[in-house]
Design a protein around this ligand. Structure first.
Ligand code: GLV
Length: 324
């Protein structure tokens, strides 16, 4: 009988994952196609063999249909911190293990991207870059591309977990006042001066910059909507590096159209990879394609952790990043 464990990696990753799994003697298949898989393609891929484990992506939708189709797979290790692509309750019912990959460097990489977006939109970097490339720069102009001021402003964090905390640290180093709201208090940032605000409705009118750091849950879907966007200052900027559906994207598009807020920096989209058409046309939004954690070190650590989850599981050890 073939006892070699079979592992599938659903898309090309930093090679550390494959190396670690091969070193344990597992048979490793990698889907080399550089394309997001539909549900049908995903199921067809993971049922090619009786895989024991699948190292999957946040773009792979994993639910009852998948568990039914691939009963041999006993662990799905998600190459991401977030795991809203997986029906964890359904997995639990069937005894399928789910793990994630919150790499040590993820909060730093994401926090840096928050400020990349904030500076890009506030200082109008992308707009100005397009202007110069189009040959429109004809000489210095006093009122050309006036942008945001950052000193003595208030940064409002919606969610202050590992990532929110890093954003707070960078913000503080820049001299921003930090306020935050969350379901749980974060004493670390409070000790360094961050002020806790009891709810979103109170926080939004106080902040010059709002950055979202909540997981996608039924309670956080459309947290930013027609109504809450209107609670922000008209001079404020909204940054989202969490999950797209945390913002009602059509409402954001309208808010930017009507100048309800000054601008936005968006890395994640409600209907990813689709982007609401209006957003793609606006100058008061900067868009990046879900790359906040895309630093080489972070993505490599994620590969190592996602593989290690599988190794721990297949060796009968406690899985460090098991979703319970
Ligand atoms: C990326 O979005 C992640 O959840 O790691």
């Amino acid at each position: 009988m073939d006892t070699q464990k079979k592992v599938l990696i659903t898309r090309k990753l930093p090679e550390d994952a494959e190396k670690a799994l091969l070193a344990r003697g597992y048979a490793v298949d990698i889907n080399e196609k550089e394309k997001t898989l539909s549900k049908r393609q995903f199921i067809s891929l993971i049922t090619k063999k009786d895989y024991d484990a699948v190292l999957c992506l946040l773009t792979d939708k994993i639910d009852a249909e998948v568990f039914d189709a691939a009963p041999s797979v006993k662990i799905f290790s998600n190459y991401a911190t977030g795991f809203d692509n997986i029906d964890v309750e359904e997995a639990k019912k069937r005894g399928v293990a789910i793990a994630n990959a919150p790499a040590p460097m993820t909060p730093t990489a994401v926090a840096e991207h928050v400020f990349a977006l904030l500076f890009s939109i506030g200082k109008r970097v992308i707009e100005a870059d397009r202007f110069v490339r189009a040959g429109k720069y004809k000489g210095w102009v006093p009122l050309l591309f006036l942008g945001a001021d950052f000193s003595d402003k208030t940064l409002g964090l919606v969610g202050a977990g590992r990532i929110g905390e890093k954003v707070a640290n960078i913000g503080r180093a820049m001299g921003l006042k930090i306020i935050y709201t969350d379901v749980a208090r974060n004493k670390n940032i409070e000790e360094k001066g961050a002020e806790y605000v009891e709810n979103l409705e109170k926080l939004l009118p106080m902040a010059d910059f709002v950055s979202l750091h909540v997981p996608l849950l039924p309670s956080t879907k459309h947290l930013m909507n027609e109504k809450t966007l209107r609670l922000m200052k008209p001079t404020a900027y909204l940054i989202n590096t969490s999950r797209g559906p945390v913002i009602d994207e059509k409402a954001l598009d309208r808010a930017l159209e009507e100048k309800v807020i000054a601008g936005a920096g968006i890395d994640v989209f409600e209907f990813e990879p689709k982007v609401v058409r209006g957003l793609r046309k606006r100058n008061n939004v900067v868009l990046t394609p879900h790359i906040a954690s895309a630093s080489l070190v972070t993505r490599t650590q994620m590969a190592q952790i996602a593989a290690e989850n599988i190794i721990e599981f297949l060796e009968g050890k406690p899985v460090t990043y098991l979703i319970k």
